[in-house]
Design a protein around this ligand. Structure first.
Ligand code: UDP
Length: 342
């Protein structure tokens, strides 16, 4: 067990809160920085109920350099930062690109600036499978060539990765792990924390669970004529608790090896189509989802899934949760939060 301190930006968000739980359970001392723009402070209560420990909380927008300096000064004994805090709605980023560049890049720059200033040597960066664009060969490995991002959101991930590469090159005592997430879904099995989308969900699973709960009438399935096995888009859906565990492994790996930079796909290595997911949800919960076939959604790639061998070999991590368990957890969370829609 380690009592090392880790700063988790965006720690009240969906991925951040599950990762805070995993870190606390692994013995880390967690400080959450969040501006609660897309999250709620009572998430900290959920983390406390699961772990018995309430993380220290700093209410701060990561783009606010002065407040960030104060927070990092207070927590200068931290050994690392996991930087989740970012805007993530692809469509919104197309409509408001400057908002996305300003927010996501300024936040990252402030974080690494503070790491250098206070000699906090490790960062885990939330990247995304979006950096692979529409890949020629599947599954994608970390060596698969990156493609120009199709949205400003995706650009902030590509640019963020490059900023961090340059940062560790210029600062030899700084280390980074870039984690490329595929499609995180599910919730903590306790149903104390989970995904809380703002308004109408963009992502498939929260939309689907809201249909199951009667909040939405039906699911629109975007496209049934893709050049895939069953005509539906294929993604790599990874359990959020498995994803959280990978962050703990990444932090431990950086602390141990002091390697300047590494990059890992976080996925299951398995592709699942939209229709397969709907059917799996039915098997896991007994609920048949009402759906309609709708036109393709602009910007969707037909299929992408990961080769996750590198994380397994180097971090000793693997996505383990069976899909039906993940879907049952998502449904348990949905029934618990009921009709909370911000
Ligand atoms: N999708 C869908 N209906 C929805 C939301 C998503 O059919 O209401 C499909 C979408 O076309 C894609 C898959 O579900 O094939 C995953 O979409 P999501 O937005 O969850 O993640 P993405 O892979 O785009 O990051």
């Amino acid at each position: 067990m380690s009592s090392d301190k880790i700063i988790v930006t965006g720690g009240c968000g969906y991925l951040g809160s599950h990762t805070a739980v995993a870190l606390i359970n692994a013995g880390f001392n967690v400080v959450v920085i969040d501006d609660l723009r897309n999250s709620r402070a009572d998430v900290l209560d959920g983390i406390a109920r699961i772990t018995g420990t309430r993380p220290e909380f700093v209410h701060c927008d990561c783009t606010d350099a002065a407040t960030m300096a104060h927070a990092f000064d207070t927590h200068r004994d931290a050994v690392g930062v996991i930087h989740f805090a970012a805007l993530k709605a692809v469509g919104e980023s197309v409509a408001q690109p400057v908002l996305y560049y300003r927010n996501n890049l300024n936040a990252l720059i402030n974080v690494i600036d503070m790491m250098a200033r206070y000699n906090i040597p490790n960062i885990v960066f939330s990247s995304s499978a979006t950096v692979y664009g529409e890949p020629d060969i599947l599954p994608v490995t970390e060596e698969t060539p990156l493609q120009p991002a199709t949205s400003p959101y995706g650009q902030t991930k590509v640019i963020g990765e490059n900023i961090i590469r340059d940062f560790v090159r210029a600062n030899e005592n700084m280390h980074a792990v870039l984690l490329r997430y595929f499609n995180p879904i599910g919730a903590h099995p306790s149903a104390e924390i989970g995904e809380l989308p703002n308004g109408v969900p963009n992502n498939l699973l929260p939309y689907l669970t809201q249909v199951a709960a009667g909040i939405r009438d039906h699911l629109n399935v975007f496209g049934d004529d893709y050049p895939t096995a069953d005509g539906f888009c294929v993604r790599d859906y990874i359990d959020v608790n498995d994803l959280a565990a990978a962050h703990v492994a990444a932090v431990q790996y950086m602390i141990k090896t002091k390697k300047p930079i590494d990059v890992f796909n976080l996925g299951t290595g398995r592709g699942v189509s939209v229709m397969e997911l709907i059917n799996a949800f039915g098997r896991a919960t007994g609920i048949n989802i009402k759906y309609e076939i709708a036109p393709r959604r602009a910007g969707d790639v037909p299929e992408i899934w990961s080769n996750a061998d590198r994380a397994n070999k180097i971090l000793g991590w693997r996505a383990e949760t069976p899909l039906d368990e993940t879907l049952a957890n998502a449904w348990r969370w949905q029934t618990r939060v009921g009709k909370i829609i911000k």
